[in-house]
Design a protein around this ligand. Structure first.
Ligand code: ATP
Length: 271
């Protein structure tokens, strides 16, 4: 794979995963997965239910132990570093399903995120500036918030830790498309503070809109790795569903504005 055009041709990857294999009991959830995420880029992992996307992010965050392979942050091997130490080194996860403390307030949840914080630009005040509604409702219990608001608090909780690499696990899950777009619309402001993003999405069209690089997983295997501009929608679809693809000219997915295949996401369940 060519690294040309990834914006950091001369740079080393900030996050590197080498030949990662992860088991859940007898199940091989990931089979020798590798990726290189360069500073400032948005790298998207796509794939259907059960492809292994969450397992990959959770293993990078230290929540699952790999059977084989390694994870490097800025060239340093962190494969055996405990999750909270990984957070202080700069790997911070926004988990699937938000996992907020529902009985705690917005601000208390943000304070939890700051527990293992690195020094950096993100403070609770800065999160309130990013999400305009939040300051006013900082005393509200998060269980009372809408799904989109909860997702914003989950992102804020990760940001106040001042990550170098922000891991986003299915932000769109259970949210109405308009809410998903609003949340993804915050990404440029987040990236502008120097972060690098590795995200997992079932909503392929959404992932392609924001990603500079993508990898498709199917049953724990890599079926595609490319820049969106380099692949056709047909190739992405084939990789996603495990189909054989016919060769031939077609617009690259990066040039498409319409959804790839309606109904392939779970984001249409409004909350
Ligand atoms: P989804 O979009 O449904 O979350 P995914 O691509 O994130 O899918 P994973 O959640 O990583 O996939 O799951 C990959 C496989 O590992 C699935 O077969 C799943 O049932 C299994 N699995 C995930 N977590 C565990 C666990 N803690 N114990 C046992 N099996 C698990």
């Amino acid at each position: 794979m060519s690294e040309q055009g990834r914006g950091e041709d001369a740079a080393d990857p900030l996050l590197e995963v080498r030949e990662l294999t992860v088991h859940h009991g007898q199940l091989r959830a990931l089979d020798r997965i590798s990726l290189r995420v360069f500073p400032g880029e948005v790298y998207a992992i796509i794939g259907a239910n059960g492809a292994g996307k969450s397992t990959l992010l959770r293993t990078i965050a230290g929540l699952h132990h790999p059977t084989e392979g390694s994870i490097l942050l800025d060239g340093q091997d962190v494969t055996r570093v405990r999750p909270e130490r990984r957070a202080t080194r700069g790997i911070v996860l926004v988990p699937e399903g938000r996992r907020l403390f529902g009985s705690l307030s917005v601000e208390e949840n943000l304070q939890v995120g700051a527990t293992y914080a690195r020094k950096g630009p993100w403070t609770i005040e800065r999160v309130y500036e990013l999400f305009g509604w939040m300051r006013e409702r900082r005393a509200q219990r998060t269980a009372q918030l809408s799904g989109g608001e909860q997702q914003s608090v989950a992102i804020g909780r990760a940001l106040v830790a001042n990550p170098r690499v922000l891991l986003l696990d299915e932000l769109s899950l259970g949210l109405a498309p308009v809410v998903v777009q609003r949340i993804y619309g915050m990404l440029p402001q987040i990236l502008a503070t120097g972060l690098t993003v590795l995200l997992v999405e079932q909503d392929v069209s959404q992932a392609l809109r924001v990603a500079s690089h993508l990898q498709c997983l199917l049953e724990g295997h890599t079926t595609l790795e490319a820049r969106p501009a380099e692949v056709t929608a047909e190739q992405v679809e084939a990789a996603y569903f495990g189909l054989n693809v016919r060769p031939g000219p077609a617009p690259a997915v990066g040039e498409r504005s319409e959804p790839l295949w309606p109904g392939s996401t779970r984001s249409s369940r409004a909350s």
